[in-house]
Design a protein around this ligand. Structure first.
Ligand code: GDP
Length: 326
């Protein structure tokens, strides 16, 4: 495969090239990795940027319905929209929550949209890198908005927030008056909380839930990268397509403010550094788990520690010596 040609086709907006490029960055094969690195290097020169929006919510909250309605609205405004999924469930059970092909039926038929289900991978670290690189490919392909969707379980929100300019949390109307056990850490990551299903019988519950979260958000520590009044909570109906334009307006207002105050570029720069360090960490871990002398040493030293013939401290020291020598 000629990487130069592939890169040129991606930049030209060729959809098959785009799909092939993403398959390449998702591949775990070592020769593919080298090609993917070369490809990303060329694509980065296009210097195109999309607005990267991370979107999280538990299964059933209405993520696909929202993405479909929201995506269709953006397309009607002349924007091109890519949708990527980070799905930790597919790594555990082999079954993907987000991979269902029947999702986003209307959007998937649009020329200005590109939908990519989550790759199945062995660990979240791998999914993270591949998703981040797929985002970069979509940016080079000229998409205006890249939506990165994830399920509200485990660590995937943190991973998605680290590759997004904006992090949106989608919630369902609460039944009673309790907040839905959203972890504080997740709340702290959110730039916008959207309480979905604000329609029909659920409308008043959604409005109440929105007010509860707006109150909760006000109690969180103020972040430097937020203007007054952010993060916000809004009520929307993905099904009836209500509140979506307001949500988009809020996102744009926040982005404009961050751009004007240097936080947009600043956050991207920090994220780039984070992912570089993460890649190095992953590579070091891979050295320890790939078949070879290092893995053998881990096994042997571990056995000695377990038997009590070596202290954990000394065994770790020996391991470090080996790593330095390798
Ligand atoms: P996901 O698992 O988060 O992707 O959720 P889905 O988009 O598949 O939606 C789950 C269910 O909620 C479906 O039956 C949808 O029709 C319904 N749903 C999604 N959005 C809305 C909404 O705005 N209002 C109402 N009433 N139902 C919705």
């Amino acid at each position: 495969m000629d990487i130069q040609t592939l890169a040129a086709s991606v930049i030209d907006g060729d959809r098959r090239a785009l799909a092939r490029a993403i398959t390449l960055v998702e591949s775990a094969r070592e020769d593919h990795r080298a090609q993917a690195t070369e490809l990303l290097e060329i694509l980065a020169k296009s210097e195109r940027q999309a607005l990267r929006i991370g979107l999280s919510g538990t299964p059933g909250v209405g993520k696909s319905t929202f993405i479909e309605s929201f995506g269709m609205m953006l397309i009607a405004q002349g924007l091109r929209v890519a949708v990527l999924a980070v799905d930790p469930s597919s790594t555990r059970s082999g079954g993907s929550i987000l991979g269902d092909k029947t999702r986003m039926d209307r959007l998937s038929r649009e020329k200005a949209a590109f939908i990519r289900p989550s790759p199945s991978q062995t660990h979240l670290g791998g999914v993270a890198r591949r998703s981040r690189e797929a985002v970069a490919v979509c940016e080079a392909a000229g998409f205006d908005v890249v939506l990165i969707e994830t399920v509200g379980v485990g660590q995937s929100e943190t991973v998605v927030a680290q590759m997004a300019d904006l992090f949106v949390l989608l919630l369902a109307p609460a039944g009673g008056d309790e907040l839905q056990g959203v972890k504080r850490g997740i709340m702290e990551m959110a730039d916008l909380i959207l309480v979905n299903k604000a329609d029909g019988d659920l409308k008043s519950a959604a409005t109440r839930t929105m007010a509860d979260y707006a109150g909760a958000l006000r109690l969180l520590r103020k972040r430097a990268q937020d203007p007054e009044a952010f993060p916000k909570a809004l009520a929307v109906s993905a099904l009836e397509e209500n509140g979506l334009q307001s949500a988009w307006d809020e996102m744009n207002e926040l982005v404009a403010w961050r751009r004007a105050h240097g936080f947009f570029a600043g956050t991207r720069a920090e994220q780039a550094r984070f992912w570089f360090e993460e890649d190095v960490r992953q590579a070091l871990l891979a050295q320890l788990t790939a078949a070879g002398p290092l893995r053998d040493a881990m096994g042997d030293l571990g056995a000695s520690v377990a038997k009590g013939t070596l202290t954990p401290a000394l065994a770790a020291q020996k391991m470090q010596d080996l790593l330095r020598g390798s």
